[in-house]
Design a binder for this molecule. Structure first.
Ligand SMILES: [Zn+2]
Length: 636
């Protein structure tokens, strides 16, 4: 067999069991999927302190951030455990797709990354089916990608690359998120086995050689009758993605496509070849069909009266779905007939239409009340995320107590059902959900009981006591959000003395979550002084901008921008703008725009333009929906 080793700094060997188990499983799974022997004679995985990238797939010696390989199983949250196996699977997948066969030039780098991300999900889903990796995908990667791709300033997946700066721009949400999603969309349209055969013949045909993206489409077309190249070209060379408007008409279901933009533009006439999977019930009988929506409008024939229809069945499509009122209501009545990915899309599509001004926030708030019986962590995640977005951008003080009561009423029963203590035999996702709802009730619902309970738990954790990692992470978040100088000091000390990389990250996240203005400013100070490691500086800054202290931190960061930038080396430079979209208060947003008009960041030019467009969308959301929320939560 092939020797597989985990290499870590001295003293950490006893914390590599998780990584080794992941590395061996993924190696075997991927060898089996590709049906081609590993093209090397050993595969080492080495932890590198202060590593700016996540990992790098060097042939035979993969390099990683230390937190992905050094893990104490019982102290890690589900998200942390998943992150480790995600990254390991991704890098091993590259040993074939990327290393055995390499794209000819940088324009094709997206396909390397998209494909490795696509395989990563397969391997992780095989190792941990109970984690529902594909539900997590529509909760994490898909909205991440759409969040950029719904901008006028997005980019096509593939573009001509002539300069090093253009190479750096390629490693973003469009490559990793959209690239992955459109591969999954075409795989599910042509069939998993057909797709796998096409991939196998691509790798065999081009082993130890170079390719262009069309070579993969050609190999896939050898395994299916579908026009893969024609379909994929519309997704790869055109920026953006569509929304599909769905309505019942005589004889069937009408689908209309148009580009979805968060700041709408009626003049945009882009069309895609959209693989649509449709299912539902008509006259009490289930139906399911695949159609290629290759023009602006099509009527899919359905016999009988339609009881309900899902126009993104299984959630494989990279598009938003807008149902007419009757169909939408019928779906709400049939939530139990939808699978978890379809239910997730119902919530996330509604939220997206609110952000784009097609629906009012009240539609989202009404919708989520129908989910009180929901048990999936990812679905609660999109609900809680939507509430947090509205709270951040559109909640006036006079509506706050009504909003908090709404949150407690909606989310409180979930914690009651789960209890505070992990139950024997419960799933990892339920353990994670417990943490999520505790954080939500403490931070968004300001539930006094939750705040005092989490304070006690956080103290116990800081005193070195044993606490379930999900509950502990949530408790630290609430503790930080309501904390003052004393709490801040304890969190910082815990960060400095933490023994493992994962603990360090967790405490640093709490430090960055303290929102009292003086304290947030001293965190900024620590970024500038270098007390916070360069590998963490960009995300700490983003969290500060996204907090209640964001406007104050912005002014301070702006006034010594060169010093701040100097702390963001290499690949992290591009990410310095990630917190900017949160600064949506009108006068702050104006200041941000004016500042960057005279302070461009050449290494982050596109990322900055996109961040400013997201900021613009958020200021519009604030203006539009603040009155909506005030009315909504003033109801008795
Ligand atoms: Zn990669």
């Amino acid at each position: 067999g092939t020797p597989i080793r985990i290499i870590v700094p001295r003293g950490n060997l006893h914390l590599t069991e998780v990584a080794l188990e992941n590395a061996v499983f993924c190696f075997e799974y991927l060898t089996d999927y590709y049906a081609i022997p590993y093209p090397g004679d050993k595969l080492d995985h080495i932890a590198i302190p202060d590593f700016a990238a996540g990992a790098m797939e060097n042939v035979g010696l993969i390099t990683y951030r230390d937190s992905y390989l050094i893990i104490e199983r019982t102290k890690a949250s589900q998200a942390e455990l998943q992150r480790s196996v995600d990254v390991i699977a991704h890098e091993i997948a590259h040993q074939w797709f990327g290393n055995l066969v390499t794209l000819r030039w940088w324009e094709g780098a997206w396909l390397n990354e998209a494909f490795a991300s696509f395989m990563e999900m397969k391997a992780v889903d095989a190792k941990h089916p109970e984690w529902k990796r594909y539900l997590d995908f529509v909760n994490a990667e898909v909205p991440w990608a759409m969040g950029t791709d719904q901008l006028r300033s997005t980019r096509p997946v593939e573009f001509e690359v002539n300069a090093p700066a253009e190479v750096d721009e390629m490693f973003d949400a469009i490559t990793y998120g959209k690239g992955n999603a459109i591969l999954r969309m075409i795989e599910q349209f042509i069939g998993e086995e057909e797709f796998r055969q096409g991939v196998g013949s691509y790798l065999n045909r081009h082993a130890y050689a170079n390719t262009v993206t069309a070579d993969l489409w050609e190999a896939l077309e050898g395994a299916t009758d579908q026009p893969v190249g024609k379909i994929m070209d519309t997704w790869v060379y055109q920026p953006g993605f569509p929304q599909i408007d769905v309505a019942t008409v005589d004889g069937g279901v009408r689908l209309i496509q148009r580009r979805f933009l968060v700041i709408p533009d009626e003049t945009d006439a882009t069309l895609w070849q959209v693989p649509v999977q449709l299912r539902g019930v008509a006259d009490g009988r289930p139906f399911a069909t695949k159609v290629l929506l290759d023009q602006d409008e099509v009527v899919v024939p359905v016999d009988g009266e339609i009881d309900f229809v899902v126009a993104n069945a299984g959630g494989y499509g990279f598009y938003r779905t807008r149902y007419d009122d009757n169909l939408f209501t019928s779906l709400l009545d049939r939530l139990d007939d939808l699978d978890e990915v379809e239910r997730h899309f119902l919530v996330s599509d509604t939220l997206a239409f609110v952000k784009a001004g097609q629906l009012r926030a009240a539609s989202f708030l009404d919708l989520v009340q129908g989910f009180s019986g929901e048990t999936e962590r990812a679905i609660w995640s999109v609900i809680i995320g939507g509430l947090a977005t509205l709270e951040h951008h559109a909640l006036e003080d006079k509506a706050r107590s009504g909003f908090e009561a709404f949150v407690r009423e909606l989310v409180g029963p979930v914690l009651e059902r789960l209890g505070w203590e992990p139950q024997k035999g419960e799933s990892d996702l339920d353990r994670g959900l417990r943490g999520d709802v505790i954080a939500c009730l403490g931070n968004l619902g300001r539930d006094p009981e939750v705040i005092s309970a989490t304070e006690e738990i956080a103290q116990r954790l800081l005193d070195g006591g044993e606490v379930d990692p999900e509950v502990g992470t949530a408790a630290l978040s609430v503790f930080a959000r309501h904390g003052g100088a004393e709490e801040y000091g304890r969190l910082w000390q815990a960060y400095e003395t933490a023994l493992t990389p994962l603990e360090k990250v967790r405490y640093l996240r709490s430090v960055a979550g303290v929102v009292e203005e003086d304290l947030a400013l001293s965190t900024l100070e620590k970024v500038v002084d270098g007390d916070i490691r360069a590998q963490d500086a960009f995300w700490v800054l983003a969290r500060l901008f996204m907090s209640k202290a964001g406007p104050t931190v912005w002014v301070s960061a702006r006034d010594r921008w060169d010093e701040v930038l100097a702390r963001m080396p290499g690949l992290t430079r591009r990410r310095v703008v990630e917190g900017i979209p949160a600064l949506s208060q009108p006068e702050v947003a104006e200041d941000v725009k004016a500042f960057f008009a005279t302070h461009p960041i050449p290494e982050a030019a596109r990322a900055l333009t996109q961040a400013l467009e997201k900021l613009e969308a958020n200021t519009l959301l604030r203006r539009r929906e603040t009155p909506t929320l005030t009315t909504y939560f003033s109801r008795s």
